[in-house]
Design a protein around this ligand. Structure first.
Ligand code: XMP
Length: 513
């Protein structure tokens, strides 16, 4: 059975994904589509509601995205947000003008409790803070519309036409800064679109498992497992669907963290899945010896990874399906999301296109990261895998600055483990989004016991971020850093100095190489 659907028509707003995520948090399945989606396609999708996003343009710019009036005749409830609100006003005969005072940031907003949009939620107060970001505003409402909210500078901060089921808000309900914003979206999808809320990961798992079974039949399925969240959840799903028709290849390049390769293998031991651990660590390290330039390291690891994977795939023989861990943000960002292309983002350098297979299966293609995690929990994956922090494909090779040696790898593994243990002991492991140790190529003088030392400097890095595109350094309490530093210097040989990296991204990146 099809899920109820709400679609977000994207007019170029920076929050398009966030709106869809918020609607899904209300238990309603939501997809982001281009504003150019033909009307016939929208009719076929039969959404229970349509949301227009914001966008950077002015409705009066010739090049700005517009939409035909016909969409308002479909009888489907529509909510316009920011640019979407202005577009509704403009398209239906209202007036939009440049604000004398642009509104940006948190703004006291007064809601009309007798209107349908805000009146249907009794818990919504008559005034609260909303998040505004606009330089144009609606000055004359189209015929048949009434004001639903106002601010000091904006007489029509929200408006509606209940007869035509069209609603509009100038502010951004999807942003956390808007108090009650999620309640407003929830009220729109439940009280106006009449969605019941049938979207949850239990149903998704059941439905997807059935679909995979139907598609795969008796075919052979191959999955490159990295031990990261996405490939682990994809593996759990496939294993429940097709059991021993699935083979997972885990390429151990030797740059995993301490005990990590064993932990990944252990985690999948109880699953009904053929698990191949291709131990290629010697091969990788011998190719990397003497290489210090970061991009060369990445390239060599990427190439070698593909070679090992290909060799394993050939041993398995004719493969019918290859599983990819693509998730929804990748699909949205790539626009059309052409399923036949094997993307290189997924791991170290993408997957080989010379491995023979008939079709690609992307079971997480419509899920956001937080949903992938929920699905992982639903399928019974251990917390260790579900809540794993991101780990770069090239692993510790790009956390050893300069030349890689076996000795340095061991030093870094031990130091990194201590840092992770101390972060976990302080209960910070879910608050800090990524944290790790970096072995620099700098040595300095120290004193231990009564003797002089001349040893490596270790850097610790911890960041808070939601998107990993920008990040702030994590404010780890000094006593936690101190404990980690003391333990590292005492328990790991060859380190006599520990620094904490306090640069944000930008200007730095999260990884050092
Ligand atoms: P940077 O260092 O660019 O990293 O700020 C952003 C995020 O991406 C991760 N990262 C990688 N992930 N393959 C991956 O799968 C890679 O080659 C790679 N390089 C960086 C990094 O750990 C951080 O989370």
């Amino acid at each position: 059975m099809q899920n109820e659907l709400v679609i977000v028509l994207d007019f170029g707003g920076q929050y398009n994904q966030l709106i869809a995520r918020r609607v899904r948090e209300c238990g309603v399945y939501c997809e982001v589509r281009s504003y150019k989606t033909p009307l016939d396609e929208i009719k076929k999708l039969a959404p229970k509601g349509i949301i227009f996003t914001g966008g950077p343009n002015s409705v009066y710019d010739e090049s700005s995205p517009h939409i035909g009036k016909e969409i308002f005749g479909l009888g489907i409830p529509i909510l316009g947000i920011c640019y979407g609100a202005q577009l509704i006003a403009y398209t239906l005969g209202g007036k939009v003008e440049t604000c004398t005072v642009s509104e940006y940031g948190k703004t006291e907003t007064f809601y009309n409790k007798h209107c349908r949009l805000f009146g249907s939620d009794p818990e919504l107060p008559a005034s609260a803070v909303s998040w505004m970001s606009h330089t144009d505003r609606v000055t004359v409402l189209p015929e048949g519309f009434t004001a639903a909210a106002h601010t000091k500078d904006c007489p029509f901060a929200a408006f509606e036409n209940t007869d035509r089921n069209i609603y509009a808000v100038q502010f951004h309900p999807e942003v956390n800064h808007t108090q009650y914003g999620i309640r407003m979206l929830n009220s729109f999808v439940k009280n106006i679109c009449y969605c019941k809320g049938d979207w949850n990961m239990r149903n998704y798992a059941q439905k997807t498992i059935e679909q995979i079974r139907e598609k795969v039949g008796n075919g052979k399925v191959l999955l490159a497992l990295s031990g990261g969240v996405d490939s682990s959840v994809a593996c759990a799903l496939l294993s429940k669907a097709v059991g021993d028709q699935l083979t997972c290849v885990f390429v151990d390049h030797g740059f995993m963290r301490k005990n990590e390769a064993d932990e990944v293998e252990e985690a999948f031991r109880d699953w009904n899945v053929k698990f191949i651990r291709a131990d290629a660590s010697e091969r990788f390290i011998s190719r990397l010896e003497g290489v210090s330039e970061p991009e060369s390291k990445r390239k060599i690891i990427g190439e070698e990874f593909i070679r090992v994977f290909e060799e394993e795939a050939k041993k398995i023989g004719a493969v019918d399906f290859l599983v990819q861990g693509t998730i929804y943000p990748d699909v949205i960002e790539s626009g059309t999301g052409d399923a036949a292309v094997i993307k290189s983002h997924h791991n170290v350098g993408g997957l080989p296109d010379c491995v023979d297979f008939k079709e690609i299966i992307e079971p997480l293609r419509m899920l956001f990261k937080d949903e992938v995690r929920k699905l992982g929990e639903e399928l019974g994956l251990p917390d260790y895998l579900v809540w794993r922090q991101p780990f770069p494909g090239p692993g510790l090779a790009i956390r050893i600055i300069g030349d890689i040696t076996r000795e340095k790898l061991n030093i870094l593994r031990d130091a990194d483990l201590i840092f992770r243990e101390e972060i976990a002991a302080a209960g910070l492991d879910r608050q800090i989004n990524q944290y790790f140790a970096v072995l620099t190529d700098m040595r300095s003088v120290g004193v231990m016991g009564d003797g002089r030392t001349y040893d490596y400097t270790l850097a610790l890095r911890g960041v808070t971020t939601t998107d990993f595109m920008t990040a702030d350094f994590a404010r780890i309490p000094y006593d936690v850093l101190e404990k980690a530093s003391i333990r590292i210097v005492n328990e790991v040989g060859n380190i006599n100095r520990v620094c904490y990296d306090i640069t944000s991204k930008p200007p730095a990146t999260i990884e050092w190489e």
